[in-house]
Design a binder for this molecule. Structure first.
Ligand SMILES: [Zn+2]
Ligand SMILES: [Zn+2]
Length: 233
């Protein structure tokens, strides 16, 4: 964590990844728009809604799977060590610095290195293959929801109690419900999902089978760190 906080290169790398991710998301959306609106390809709206729905569920699962892997990763001595340590800061200090949701979307995307590879593949496929509409919308929406999961998680910790729209969306599991996610912080090795938590029952089974949990490993490492009390970049 000390290396992460003191080494400007590690800090700047997150910004570089954020910009790369948002730019690639914009390109993938524009490619989709061009294919189905400007080229006037046939689009079935029911098919579109089903694609978006499945992408929302899949992105919830992926956010939880990556979170599970990172919370249980204590490979601090590797070259990625400072990034791993920085990821664990959230368990030490849950509250985020208050920012506009759009800023959270951009900034927090910076920790999603896997998303750079994913979006690169989606754009490549969009140019190289004639993707059917169902697949194309699914792939693009999955990329966007994977970043939006960070905003959903942010609202879980920072949303004001008076924000009735967010509260309602959390209640109906469209956004990550506060009570549901807080179990991740109070108990061990549970509720890793970030977007809406609907895939947590599956993730919890996988966590039990493959991991020991974070309370006696990464949480201790984070608690021992005496540096700045922040998980924001
Ligand atoms: Zn966690
Ligand atoms: Zn949290």
């Amino acid at each position: 964590m000390e290396t992460y906080h003191n080494n400007i290169l590690y800090n700047k790398f997150f910004i570089f990844v954020s910009i790369a991710i948002v730019s690639m998301q914009i390109v993938s959306v524009l490619n989709l728009y061009q294919k189905f609106y400007i080229n006037n390809d046939f689009i079935d709206y029911l098919c579109m809604i089903v694609s978006i729905f499945f992408a929302y569920i899949a992105a919830d699962f992926m956010s939880g799977a990556v979170h599970m892997y990172m919370d249980n990763n204590t490979n601090y001595k590797s070259i990625a060590g400072p990034f791993i340590a920085a990821f664990h800061m959230h368990h030490r200090n849950m509250k985020y610095k208050t920012r506009h949701p759009l800023m959270i979307y951009v900034i927090e995307s910076g920790s999603k290195f896997w998303l750079v590879v994913y979006l690169g593949m989606v754009i490549f496929l969009q140019y190289q293959l004639s993707l059917v509409v169902f697949i194309n919308i699914f792939l693009v929406a999955f990329g966007v929801f994977s970043s939006f999961a960070e905003v959903s998680h942010y609202w879980c910790h920072n949303a004001h109690n008076k924000n009735s729209i967010i509260k309602k969306l959390q209640k109906f599991k469209i956004l990550l419900p506060k009570k549901h996610h807080l179990i991740h912080h109070t108990q061990d090795n549970v509720n890793y999902a970030f977007l809406n938590g609907v895939t947590d029952p599956i993730l919890n089974i996988l966590a039990k089978k493959f991991y020991k949990g974070y309370k006696n490993s990464s949480d201790r490492h984070a608690a021992n760190y005496k540096g700045p009390q922040t998980n924001n970049r």
